[in-house]
Design a binder for this molecule. Sequence first.
Ligand code: FE2
Length: 150
Amino acid sequence: MSLQWSSELEIGIPVIDSQHQRIVEYIAKVEMAHQHHSQEELLEVLDELVDYTLSHFAFEESLMEEAGYPFIKAHQKVHALFTRRVDSYHQQAKAGADITDELTHTLKAWLVNHIKHDDRDYGDVVKANMEEATKRVKSRKAGWMSRLFG
Ligand SMILES: [Fe+2]
């Protein structure tokens, strides 16, 4: 069954939600490549998926760090383990092995579980920190405006 994006997967931080949505799209592309029986297409999509996921993880980790999220170390470890797992599938695919079923199954199960639990867990802390930062920028702007035009 293909994984569909739904509001159940939202954590309420739009920039993160759209990145997760993009990963779901990549998983669909992996399945498509498999249906097309194209190893070339598969390897290309896998490259993109790995690239995109790595930068997404780095982005998430920087938000968590900025927000002082207390469980960042554990979350980073989960990201690292997952990266290693996908990397191993990627190597196997490069070597010509047919790992798509296993890979997409793992990707879907992991992603849904990770978003619903681990990512949702940092959601409140990161959201509060982002809102604080926006307020700070706004009040700085307001101060500057009133000094200039007040
Ligand atoms: Fe995460």
